[in-house]
Design a protein around this ligand. Structure first.
Ligand code: ATP
Ligand code: MG
Length: 266
């Protein structure tokens, strides 16, 4: 994968600190190949910052589970590793964005094509609240496939479990609701190859699109545990601590010293 925008490896993040923008609203997009950990990072960020979040994949899987028209159409595309059409996705996410009441939010999985990115920009510029940060997760391909094979999901909530790193307390059941976990229809080696190919072809051009607009920051690592503290440090520096844990200043904002144990999922 090409590296664009600012790159953080190891512990260089603190030295490259960008100026804090004070109590600015967080409007973030998470990018990264399938299985790079967008869902995991999104859950942690939601927990630690006061963020609303939309995951296009979770939204589609809920539509499938509920048997909606969009769900019926999306199921066929997802099963074969293809993308759902731009028109459907743009309408779905535009409607969903209207339901977000919080000033801080994060998008995971949308936009995924240049057309979707342009539509989102147009839509957000009408509200005067454009995206202000794009986070790109860069994870080596070798580790991603195993994570996908070990992954189970709770469809209603989007919670993700990994049999090696973060198994459910009771096998096959969601920790919170006790409901059944399921395997995603697209989490197998054959379809994963197609998803990676689609990502390279249709989504990686977004890196250049956002890099040109000076919005892109890339974080590299093999595990979500390794990457999360770097993202957190960057958000604290950019947006200030007001949004963190209901305004409680964390004792340590430097990822070099931030070694809170975190489970690695996807
Ligand atoms: P992971 O969840 O492991 O990060 P992913 O990014 O491939 O992998 P999801 O975001 O859950 O997975 O999306 C699953 C599938 O849903 C995609 O492969 C695609 O078929 C469809 N999909 C989700 N978002 C979009 C989108 N914005 N445009 C088109 N298709 C989408
Ligand atoms: Mg996901």
């Amino acid at each position: 994968m090409i590296g664009l925008g600012r790159q953080f490896h190891g512990s260089t993040c603190a030295k490259n600190a960008s100026p804090t923008m004070g109590n600015m609203a967080m409007r973030i997009l998470l990018l990264g190949s399938p299985g790079s950990g967008k869902g995991t990072q999104s859950s942690r960020l939601q927990k630690n910052f006061n963020l609303g979040a939309i995951s296009s994949g979770d939204l589609l899987r809920r539509n499938i589970a509920n048997g909606t028209e969009i769900g019926k159409f999306a199921a066929k595309e997802i099963e074969r590793g293809a993308y759902v059409s731009d028109n459907i996705m743009i309408e779905l996410i535009t409607n969903e964005l209207r339901t977000i009441k919080r000033k801080n939010w994060l998008l995971d999985g949308f936009p995924r094509t240049i057309n979707q990115a342009i539509a989102l920009d147009d839509n957000l510029s009408l509200t005067g609240q454009p995206l202000n940060l794009v986070i790109n997760l860069q994870v080596p391909e070798e580790v991603i496939l195993q994570r996908i094979m070990d992954r189970w999901v709770h469809v209603p909530s989007g919670r993700v479990y990994n049999l090696s790193y973060n198994p459910p307390k009771r096998p096959g059941l969601d920790d919170v609701t006790g409901e059944k976990l399921s395997k995603r229809t697209d989490d197998n080696a054959e379809i994963f190859k197609i998803r990676l190919q689609k990502h390279r072809e249709l989504t990686e051009p977004l890196l250049e699109y956002y890099s040109k607009r000076n919005m892109l920051v890339t974080f590299t690592g093999s595990t979500s545990d390794e990457i999360y503290p770097k993202i957190e440090g960057e958000l604290l520096r950019r947006f200030g601590v007001e949004n963190f844990n209901q305004g409680r200043r964390p004792e340590i904002v430097n990822e070099e010293a931030n070694n809170i144990p975190l489970n690695d999922v996807n």
